[in-house]
Design a protein around this ligand. Structure first.
Ligand SMILES: NC(=O)c1ccc[n+]([C@@H]2O[C@H](COP(=O)([O-])OP(=O)(O)OC[C@H]3O[C@@H](n4cnc5c(N)ncnc54)[C@H](OP(=O)(O)O)[C@@H]3O)[C@@H](O)[C@H]2O)c1
Length: 303
């Protein structure tokens, strides 16, 4: 039997339905097998997903962006991240039509919309735009302006009981916000904190990442390529390490982000070629020397 190349391997892995298995492997594989992360309820997801804040807005033709999302799904990037404020939910709904059961779908409620029964209304509207009856994960987008966090937790738990969402979490919460959350009844049911994290933005390693690790909570890393324009990818160290592995600087940057098993990176791309490059990170293992070089090029910032 011929050996599968890395891309075929990732596709096969996801085709076998490894994501969302409550009894799947713990933590991340680190031996070249596709990396995963595990939520506290036992759900296992590939450690690389797809962001969508800029999709469906004409940067690339719609058909190209849809093909990019399909390519990501077939290569194992099955978590798709959106939000009510991105104006990308309808695009994602169309892109995943007929493939909903392959996707781990994440959306977010904006903090201005949580008063009264706002969380429920926002969730229903997101479900409608996405053309689905449930979200796999629903996040509070920012803590700013939320005066009654307890009522948001209650609303999330009610949505979970009604099977509209499978799990809930937060985004852009500092350690003090997480501690406030965990003091609220059921606040410790939070599945994740979605945060900015890349080689160029390592601040969460100081406190938030260890805090989440101690609480058995994977972090979702947004802007893992440095954000719009992917400024990180011109870096010569990344390019050199990529050349040694026969892959792109993007794959190296993403492999670095998901190296420890407690981070799920959600790079965004509307380009099929870029998505193919990014997917390589799922099975790319960086050597200790390469990790050291990247550490030297991008040291942890002082406080
Ligand atoms: N929770 C929050 O507050 C929050 C905030 C920001 C973002 N997010 C989420 O995180 C996702 C990703 O973050 P982001 O979009 O800020 O940053 P990012 O993923 O670091 O970078 C996206 C940029 O990288 C380019 N790119 C992707 N792959 C590439 C490759 N292989 N080579 C060269 N360029 C490549 C994309 O352009 P092409 O399309 O041309 O490939 C796009 O310009 C968002 O879509 C959103 O879902 C969440």
């Amino acid at each position: 039997m011929r050996l599968l190349n890395r891309r075929e391997f990732n596709g096969l892995w996801v085709a076998l339905g490894s994501f969302a298995s409550p009894t799947g492997t713990a933590g991340a594989a680190s031996t070249g097998a596709a990396r995963t992360a595990k939520f506290r309820d036992g759900t296992v997801v590939p450690a690389l997903g797809q962001g969508s804040a800029g999709l469906g807005k004409g940067k690339h033709p719609h058909a190209v962006e849809e093909e990019a999302v399909h390519t990501g799904l077939s290569l194992g990037m099955t978590m798709i991240d959106t939000a009510e404020v991105y104006d990308s939910e309808e695009f994602i709904g169309r892109a995943i039509a007929g493939q909903r059961n392959r996707v781990f779908l994440v959306s977010k409620v904006w903090p201005n919309h949580v008063a009264g029964n706002g969380v429920m209304r926002a969730c229903e509207a997101s479900l409608e735009r996405l053309g689905t009856d449930h979200l796999d994960l629903y996040l509070l987008h920012w803590p700013n302006g939320v005066t009654n966090l307890s009522s948001v937790v209650t609303a999330f738990e009610n949505l979970r009981s009604a099977a509209k969402i499978r799990a809930w979490g937060v985004s852009n919460f500092k350690v003090s916000d997480m501690e406030d959350l965990f003091r609220i009844p059921k606040g410790d049911s939070c599945a994740t904190n979605q945060l900015p994290y890349s080689l160029a933005d390592r601040g969460i390693e100081r406190d938030l990442l260890p805090w989440c690790e101690q609480h058995g909570m994977p972090v979702m890393a947004y802007s893992p390529l440095g954000g719009t324009g992917a400024s990180l990818l011109r870096d010569p160290t990344l390019v050199r390490i990529g050349a040694a592995h026969g892959c792109s600087a993007a794959a190296v940057a993403l492999a670095w982000t998901i190296r420890n098993g407690n981070v799920i990176a959600i790079p965004e791309s509307g380009s099929v070629a870029h998505v193919k490059e990014n997917a390589v990170a799922l099975s790319l293992t960086l050597t200790p020397q390469e990790l050291q070089s990247l550490d030297a090029a991008y040291p942890l910032p002082n406080r």
